[in-house]
Design a protein around this ligand. Sequence first.
Ligand code: SAM
Length: 320
Amino acid sequence: MSYRVASFFSGIGGLDLGLERSEFKVVFQCEVNPFCREVLVHHWPGLPLDEDIRKLDEADIPDADVWAAGFPCQDLSLARMGPRSGLRGSQSGLFHEFVRLVRGRTPRAIILENVHGLLSSHGGRDFAVVLKALDELGYGVAWRVLNSKDFGVPQQRRRVYIVAIHRDTSSAAEVLFEPKCGDWNTKKNGPDGKKSPSIFQTIIGDTSKGPLVKSVAHCIYAESARHTGTDWSRNYVWYPDGRVRRFTPSEVERVQGFPEGWTLPPDMIGGEVDRVDSLRYHAVGNAVTPPVAEWVGRRLVAVLKSQDVQALTGTLMAAE
Ligand SMILES: C[S@@+](CC[C@H](N)C(=O)[O-])C[C@H]1O[C@@H](n2cnc3c(N)ncnc32)[C@H](O)[C@@H]1O
């Protein structure tokens, strides 16, 4: 039997896709953006899909073991120009709507994802608000910054993952931290003590004809299809004859670890290409990298199963 997930701020379902690959079954989604909703309906036909978390009543959420939410990051992101309004912002502040629902239903476990700017917003006070809210609701919490490039995806994308497990102070850390160092914990400097070259310095491709790309892309942001000067200038494809182009929406999907064409449902093919491309760039830039979610999901499944076995053993021993 699979554990069930209710997904909030579902976007195009990057978190959902990764969790389903790790034995979870998504039973509910909530997303306000019409384009993202079309993508969700295409990949999860017939699934309950609510529109706006602000209008959502806790009683309308189907039973689920885990609630997953990559809540909006606009007010927390370091990529934002100017001061960050953080959890007081109209978008990232929707975290409080999520907490309102958690208070009513108390799911067994929670997965949150956001930009690592969450850790520093308002000098760390916003992150304290998140931890305090979960603690007051009875959750044991752990968090870790995970980088997509360590999960078989060619992209530097550091995001904070928070796992909370109800009435359990130790298991959340077991989900996010392995007992031994993984491959990604390599030293920054070489054996000679010299600084290793930047991960963006390795170039791959056909040097005589092209195309050529950096072997690891810079973080993919939510962008439009129009080149406005700085939006795609860090990630591009070039050719020895001097031509340069930006990544296509399909290439951006691949760099995020999505299956090809994930954001191009059949009824959109042949539509206004420019408009659809903008929507795709934007939605994919906002998404969770599915392989990272899959890793978190597998480890959470293991912890939930172990809790269930312990509970069953306790019940059997009490009955003897
Ligand atoms: C960071 S993205 C989440 C991406 C998602 N985890 C994924 O993997 O695709 C945040 C999402 O919250 C959605 N959102 C913003 N306001 C909302 C609201 N009031 N109710 C539901 N969803 C909302 C946005 O449209 C956006 O898709």
